[in-house]
Design a protein around this ligand. Structure first.
Ligand code: ADP
Length: 247
């Protein structure tokens, strides 16, 4: 089976400052992978780089064995909540409907089918009653669930989420994890940037440990150990203590 994502020798920089370098890995279809690493390690940059949202200095990325342009519709991305303007006047339902646009084609508006799909996704994340609310009125956890619903209407085979659990309530986190695990059981591939190590063990099958370069990529048990983690977190003692707790 071809990999869901295959990254070779990826380098991305900001104004000449290298953020990630020499990153090579491939993710099997149907896996649930956590991207971990210290603050500023380049986790978001990696996601944006592989999705073509940032210019690569070097390297190649293939999805399902193809170039991004050929398979864009099969991929959904949930950006970091802090990068979104929540004061933008748009309802919950319309936010979710945006997810149907790529499959609609130019100058076409969502119709019955898309609306039904959006409602179904909203109900999956437990927010159908909120469909007419303004997105800015929702709590952080609810907003994150709306963005997951927007990704779900795309019916993606590969879903990438950037720090989906930051600043959200426990119930929203549980709902999101439950949905991600369900998607995985359907054979979808899930990639999550995640900095909280305490749950990494129960959420993911594989971990990709990044600190500008790829430090380690493998099964959770092979990555979450003192020897490997100290390579990335050598200067962050508090984090190493967290690793101990996580273990
Ligand atoms: P992480 O997601 O692991 O916290 P990031 O990918 O956000 O790390 O950042 C990696 C590095 O790139 C950091 O040193 C950060 O300061 C830098 N960086 C991120 N975004 C930008 C940007 N828009 N402009 C300049 N530098 C950036």
């Amino acid at each position: 089976m071809t990999s869901a994502v295959e990254v070779r020798d990826l380098h991305v920089s900001y104004y000449g400052n290298e953020a990630i370098r020499d990153v090579t890995f491939s993710i099997e279809q149907g896996s649930m992978v956590g991207i971990i690493g210290p603050n500023g390690a380049g986790k978001s940059t990696l996601i944006k780089g592989i999705l073509g949202l940032l210019k690569k200095d070097k390297g190649s990325v293939r999805f399902f064995g193809e170039e991004l342009d050929k398979v864009r519709k099969r991929i959904a991305y949930v950006p970091q909540r802090s990068n979104i303007d929540w004061t933008f006047p748009i309802t919950v339902m319309d936010t979710v409907l945006i997810g149907t646009y790529p499959s609609l084609g130019l100058f076409k508006f969502p119709r019955k089918r898309e609306k039904a799909l959006a409602l179904e996704s909203l109900s999956k994340v437990g927010l159908s009653e909120y469909r007419n609310r303004q997105i800015g009125e929702l709590s952080g956890g609810q907003q994150q669930r709306v963005f997951l619903a927007r990704a779900l209407v795309q019916q993606p085979e590969l879903l990438l989420l950037d720090e989906p659990f930051v600043g959200i309530d426990v119930a929203s986190e549980e709902t999101i994890v439950h949905i991600l695990k369900e998607l995985q059981q359907e054979g979808k591939t899930i990639v999550v940037v995640h900095h909280d190590l305490s749950k990494a063990n129960s959420y993911f099958d594989q971990l990709l440990l990044l600190n500008k370069e790829l430090i380690e990529y493998g099964d959770v048990g092979d990555v979450l150990n003192q020897e490997v983690m100290s390579k990335a977190y050598a200067h962050q003692l508090r984090f190493l203590e967290e690793v101990e707790v996580a273990l």
